[in-house]
Design a protein around this ligand. Structure first.
Ligand SMILES: [Zn+2]
Ligand SMILES: [Zn+2]
Length: 245
C-alpha cells in the first residue's frame, strides 16, 4: 500500500513524500544494526537513462549533471559526502556508473546521482530515496530545470546544501519534523528540516546526533564491511519550494 503525505510549513519549501507501508521503520545501509557503520558506493549517472518509475515524471529521462550545474559541482557533491562521513562511521567510495536505467539492478553505485526535469524553476528542487533493496534505494536526483549555484547568496540553490540534505535521506534520515525523528535530538535548525535554508551550512547538531544514531560515530580506523542493502522501505522524499498562493 502506498501512502502519500504532504507537509506544508511556513517556510519557503514543501515536502512531499511517498512511502510504502511500515512508515516509522528506520532503514539504513550496512550489515549491522543501529549504530553500526557502513561502506557505501556512489556513482554519477550520465544522460539518457530512463527514470520513469513510480512517483517519477512520466517519460523521465536523465540529463547529465554537467549539462545544468556550474563548473566545480562535483567538488560540492564530494563535500556533501564528507560532511556526513566526518561525523558518522560512514565510508563512501566513488565507482564508475554502469549506465543502466534507474530501476535496473546494476554494479553502479548504491547511491546514484542524476538529474532530470521536474517542474521548472522552484517547486521541487531534488529528491532522494531512502535505503532499500530496490535499485533506486539511496538514489538522489536534482531538478535539471532549477538554477544551481556554489555558495550562498544570489539566485539559485546551493549544490552542497541540497546534496547534503538529500544524502541525509539516502542514508536513512527522515525530516526533522516527521515521524522518523528519534527522541531527544538537540534543538535548533537542522539540515534535515524540510525547507531549503542558507541560515547554516551542512549537518547541524540534531542531524549529527541522528546520523550517529544510525551509523555510530566516525572511526579513526575504518573496518570495511561489504555494502548491504537493508530493509523494507522504498520512499521518495522531495524538497520543494512552496508555491506562492
Ligand atoms: Zn527522480
Ligand atoms: Zn527532504
Amino acid at each position: 500500500m502506498v501512502k502519500l503525505k504532504h507537509y506544508i510549513a511556513v517556510s519557503i519549501l514543501m515536502l512531499a513524500s511517498i512511502q510504502v507501508a511500515n512508515a516509522g521503520a528506520i532503514a539504513k545501509w550496512g550489515a549491522g544494526g543501529l549504530g553500526t557503520g557502513a561502506t557505501i558506493s556512489w556513482s554519477i549517472m550520465d544522460a539518457g537513462l530512463a527514470c520513469e518509475l513510480g512517483p517519477e515524471p512520466a517519460g523521465c529521462v536523465t540529463s547529465s549533471l554537467d549539462s545544468f550545474m556550474p563548473v566545480g559541482y562535483k567538488s560540492e557533491i564530494e563535500r556533501a559526502f564528507d560532511a556526513w562521513s566526518v561525523v558518522a562511521d560512514l565510508t563512501f567510495v566513488e565507482v564508475l556508473d554502469q549506465g543502466e536505467d534507474i530501476n535496473v539492478p546494476s554494479a553502479s553505485g548504491i547511491i546514484r546521482l542524476g538529474g532530470h526535469a521536474f517542474d521548472g524553476v522552484g517547486g521541487v528542487l531534488a529528491h532522494g530515496y531512502y535505503p532499500s533493496n530496490s535499485p533506486v534505494g539511496g538514489d538522489v536526483h536534482f531538478d535539471s530545470t532549477d538554477v544551481w549555484k556554489i555558495g550562498f547568496g544570489g539566485f539559485g540553490f546551493d549544490i552542497f546544501q541540497v546534496m547534503a540534505h538529500e544524502l541525509g535521506h539516502a542514508l536513512g534520515l527522515g525530516h526533522s519534523d516527521d515521524g522518523f525523528i528519534i527522541p531527544e535530538l538537540p534543538p535548533g535548525p537542522a539540515l534535515m528540516d524540510p525547507f531549503y535554508s542558507e541560515a547554516f551550512s551542512g549537518p547541524q547538531a540534531a542531524d549529527i546526533a541522528y546520523i550517529q544514531y544510525l551509523y555510530g560515530v566516525a572511526q579513526q580506523v575504518e573496518i570495511p564491511t561489504p555494502p548491504t542493502m537493508a530493509l523494507f522501505m522504498i520512499a521518495l522524499v522531495a524538497l520543494k519550494t512552496r508555491r506562492k498562493a
